[in-house]
Design a protein around this ligand. Sequence first.
Ligand code: BGC
Ligand code: MG
Length: 564
Amino acid sequence: MSSSLSKAGSLSKAGAAQTPAGATSPWWRGGLIYQIYPRSYQDSNGDGVGDLAGIRQRLDYVAALGVDAIWISPFFTSPMKDFGYDVSDYRGIDPLFGTMEDFDALLARAHELGLKVMIDLVLSHTSDQHPWFAQSRTSRDNAKSDWYVWADPKPDGSPPNNWLSIFGGSAWQWDSRRLQYYLHNFLASQPDLNFHCPQVQDALLDVARFWLDKGVDGFRLDTINFYFHDKQLRDNPALPHDQRNASIAPMVNPYNHQDHLYSKTQPENLAFLERLRALTDSYDDRACLGEVGDAQRGLEIMAAYTQGDRRMHMCYAFEFLENRPLTADYVSQVFARLEAVAGDAWPCWAFSNHDVPRFISRWGLSAQAARCLPVLMICLRGTACLYQGEELGLPEAEVPFERLQDPYGIEFWPEFKGRDGCRTPMPWQSDAPQAGFSALREGADTWLPIDPRHTSLAADRQDADPSALLQHYRHLAALRRVYPALAQGSQEAMQAQGPILTFERRLGDQRLFCAFNLSPQAASARLPAGTWRAVASDLGGQTAPDTPNLALDGWHFFIAISED
Ligand code: BGC
Ligand code: MG
């Protein structure tokens, strides 16, 4: 979808994007990615669980949103203890999701529609049902005995060190056959692969090659800083109370009590990421998006993993996935820190995903705020990632304890309700059974309940309503094509002027000024000297003031292009 800027400063669907000379850039850089959680997108066979054929049926909708790419959460063979993030065959499609033919058809259709397809590789760990683990646990001297992280108990029988699992308890699980512990950063049924073993690296690169040969355009790489652990298995130090934060795990989780110096983010990882990048670069136009999870050093790790062009193309950050709201101060601090550690780091920002409460509920947003913040995401330097249902303004779903599926939520309930509330089925048709997500077979039920509040927000209703949030998102996606400075330009002069965040984006001759009032109160900010023409009025952008003093109502914004 291309758009052009009309005289009135609005985006219309006709006409070609204005691309300043030198703006050609790979699709992923400044692109817009749409995350699909396959269990909950569209069910095609009435079993109550979304599947690949269902996703394919909905690709026209996705393409009409104007995004560049989709990232599909795991659909590989899995016992589904962590809903696909526990893989038992990296080259197989789980029957729940369909067949390899279904995947091929999905990929082909996406490509016809001009959508890139990123798949979610979970390389740090496998399922305990993976044949590699089945073999590894048989003895201390089989051919795969060191493919996982095995360690002897301490003399008193307790685990080898103090490392904790994110999902609760020790990161070590006893195995009575080997009389050893094995490491798991997540569930005990997700044993951690030993990346220090060269054969493990080779086997995982073969998995990546298999999918690249199939024609996928890139990978979302799960937990990339968890690949390596400290070979000496040193204890993690305790983290002082005032340095704990809930950016990757809720505060009620003792995982936050440690500084994870040794259980993850080891220096050896850089060389592996370089191998993975070299492989990816031997194919045309592919991209790696690495998820970095660290509550203390996330941005620094992102910088190390994305600087130059030998490691990840981009890293997925947790900074804007937190409970803490996006204030002007906070956003400017995040970018100042990123700039200080590596100006050329390439972030990928998301406000919602399948692991955190949907942002409208998380931040308690008003309807106006819910329109303002996604415009901000589009204007910030980096790739942007939307999560299914975000474009419909879905609030976090209420899921009663009896219907919980997520083991993380079951473990920490009720202080932390887990991740089911953001994983409920997509509402497609307000008047259809199961909101159009599934034509259920006799006796079947949707795997998670559909929140009744979601039904009135269904896609069909919003499609028919020009003022709906869905239409706002469609315009949003066009903004980066009309103004390539937003996609690929430099970001300068970011500052918090009270509650208003101001910054500029520049590419070639294109210079844009952006101001966002990230508070419910009216406030004002200084407009830089020069002649400015307001743009993005279709999105609710404010018109240009006559004075250098820019007054913005609560949760309003102003975007302007320099005419000098
Ligand atoms: C994924 C989670 C998953 C975990 C373990 C994450 O970061 O996004 O959904 O539970 O990795 O694979
Ligand atoms: Mg199904």
